[in-house]
Design a protein around this ligand. Structure first.
Ligand code: SF4
Length: 617
């Protein structure tokens, strides 16, 4: 029987199987049990070949990732691509010592071995999951497979095929026969059925989201499952087989990817070709609406994957976890009785009880959508959060036994101005005790709200990002639309005004590192509660710590503001104390940076020194 190959090329994280491939294989096997489906994690073999350190460096930088296979795809352009690589790696210590031609030589040799060890005649269809950083790698393998087996049909899917991207891919590369423009399961099943029944003829007609070379203008819309509980548990068996085949010194314990939901409930369509959601975000283009698995299904899947693979490190791949039921779900995960090590992306508005349930379930690290420390800028970004929300979660995540936070600060956002920058600089002074954020220069994502209505953000002209000119020939550039877009409008101004923030982020990083260089260091700003008094300790670098003692009502107000509270809330909670007494206390605490204040809201910044502080009133 003819087989199906599902392929993922470099550069996804090498230490976990592809959730796209695993989910699609399980779905096809469920619907067509006799159909052989082989998943090929080319990226794992390549990572093992070039070394995990170099692979990781490349996989974290899109332009490096796209450069290497661009060199293989267009050998006659190796010289300009090599110059581009050199420029992009000049400030990347872990990459700049590597010669572009040398890496390309290794990639070419290993890729040929991987291609030649397959008998492609056995396959009727090869499906490529193309996500961030995988475009040139996928195009290279597609071309090479077609050379070896011209009869094989090629289908491309994944986030790089969403919207118009997929259609332009089909127009630009004759080796690609089909493109799936949204969720993969239903269109892929339909394509496979049609190919296997009709001995290799299929036109993809009539299935929304499946574009074919013959009918590129048809099949608008997407086809997606209405209930994610219908999905079988992902099949990662091929990844584990490939991993086990590596030489013993290259083997490692991987992480398991898992999805609870698809889409983003914060992003909504607001008119033809327009959507709300975070202004910079173009995730979720392949989904319509938001769907989540039930609690029961999530727990069952997590348990099954952990048992099946004897692995306890799990990354939730969701762009946005469900808004409701998280506390109960993480309590359920804890009740599975496994010592998990979990990772997830979460919103800054995630409450303390949810974080506590996550921490108890084994969530060690969360990527939080902070993005800015200026409420004005957060409004422009349409994050739906405020600076005090962000600082509250940064503070909470500094608490022992709660997940550690990683997050970004978007620099150079097109419509940002001096006020946003000065607010950011002022607020940065309050967050030095917490884990530093990473400064990320804004990039314009295809179909993000900023792309859809550029003039609203002061963007004058949108084109493919100019860096693609280093990678692709002119003829391709004219036809293809890329995920990363370039623009004109205030770029120099943005670079100039954000420079002091970049410098302060570096200062913050160094400060935090110095105070945490000893293993098991105490939090930089912590408190110990003495029941009717409390002691707050502020660690300093190069000088002695500062301590502050709060008694009676001062202590109670400080503890009451562990979650940010408005002045009227504070006054009504402590009725015996008027604004004339409470106000000066709060202002003093803000002056000492023991509390943060925004408008009439106040937030205490110290975290308990111990994991389980004594019960307080
Ligand atoms: S950044 Fe997160 S919350 Fe915002 S639109 Fe994207 S997925 Fe949704």
């Amino acid at each position: 029987m003819k087989r199906i190959a599902l392929i993922s090329t470099p550069w996804p994280l090498f230490n976990r199987p592809s959730i796209q491939l695993g989910t699609l294989k399980a779905y096809l096997k469920d619907k067509l049990p006799s159909l052989p489906v082989d998943n090929r994690h080319i990226y794992l073999s390549i990572a093992a070949e070039i070394g995990y350190d170099l692979y990781t460096t490349v996989s974290e930088k899109t332009w490096l990732a796209e450069s290497l296979y661009a060199g293989l795809l267009y050998p006659h352009r190796e010289e300009p691509i090599s110059r581009f690589w050199k420029k992009r790696t000049s400030r990347v210590p872990t990459a700049k010592t590597h010669d572009f031609q040398e890496i390309c030589k290794i990639l070419r040799k290993r890729s040929a071995e991987l291609l030649d060890r397959e008998n492609w005649d056995r396959y009727v269809l090869a499906g490529f999951s193309i996500c961030f950083g995988q475009l040139t790698g996928s195009l290279y393998f597609i071309r090479e497979i077609k050379k070896r087996a011209p009869h094989i049909k090629i289908v491309a899917g994944g986030s790089a095929c969403a919207g118009a991207l997929g259609r332009t891919l089909l127009r630009s590369f004759p080796e690609i026969d089909f493109v799936i423009r949204g969720e993969g399961e239903l269109p892929l099943l339909s394509l496979v059925k049609s190919l296997t029944r009709a001995q290799g003829t299929a036109n993809g007609k009539g299935m929304p989201g499946l574009l074919s070379r013959n009918e590129p203008a048809e099949s608008e819309g997407v086809s997606q499952l209405s209930n994610l509980d219908e999905l079988p548990v992902p099949d990662y068996s091929d990844y584990f087989r490939e991993l086990n085949a590596l030489e013993s010194e290259k083997k490692f314990l991987p992480r398991i990817p898992m999805e609870i939901s698809r889409g983003c409930w914060w992003r909504k369509p607001v008119g033809p070709g327009r959507s709300s959601g975070c202004a910079f975000c173009n995730l979720n283009l392949q989904w319509e609406g938001y769907r989540a698995k039930s609690r029961h299904r999530t727990l069952q899947e997590l348990d099954t994957l952990a048992r099946r693979h004897q692995i306890l490190s799990v990354s939730f791949m969701d762009n946005l976890l469900p808004a409701k039921g998280l506390e109960s779900m993480f309590k359920g995960i804890r009740e599975l009785g496994k010592d998990f090590r979990l990772f997830s992306e979460i919103r800054a508005t995630t409450s303390r009880p949810v974080l506590e349930a996550m921490g108890a379930a084994g969530m060690k690290e969360v990527q939080v959508g902070i993005e800015a420390l200026s409420s004005g800028l957060l409004r422009k970004l349409n994050k739906g959060t405020t600076t005090i929300d962000n600082i509250e979660i940064m503070k909470n995540c500094e608490t022992i036994a709660l997940p550690s936070l990683t997050g970004n600060l978007i620099l150079n956002f097109p419509s940002s101005d001096e006020r946003d920058v000065s607010e950011t600089l002022k607020n940065l002074d309050f967050v030095f005790p917490f884990r530093p954020l990473k400064g990320i220069p804004f990039w314009l994502g295809y179909e993000s709200p900023a792309f859809q209505t550029p003039s609203a953000y002061g963007i004058r002209r949108v084109v493919n990002h100019p860096y693609y000119t280093h990678l692709f020939p002119e003829a391709v550039l004219r036809k293809l639309r890329f995920m990363i877009q370039g623009y004109q409008g205030g770029i120099r101004y943005q670079n100039r005004i954000w420079k002091p923030v970049k410098e302060k982020l570096e200062e913050w990083r160094k400060f935090y590192l110095k105070l945490h260089q000893a293993p098991g260091s105490d939090p930089i700003l912590s408190y110990q509660d003495g029941f009717d008094f409390m002691i707050i300790r502020q660690r300093q670098y190069g000088t002695h710590d500062m301590t502050h003692r709060l008694r009676d009502t001062s202590r109670k107000i400080y503890l009451f503001c562990e979650t940010h509270r408005s002045l009227p809330q504070i006054l009504s909670h402590f009725p015996g104390f008027g604004e004339e007494k409470v106000g000066p206390f709060l202002r003093m605490m803000v002056d000492k940076r023991l509390m943060f204040n925004a408008g009439d809201a106040y937030l205490s910044l110290a975290v308990p020194l111990h994991a389980s502080p004594f019960k307080r009133n």
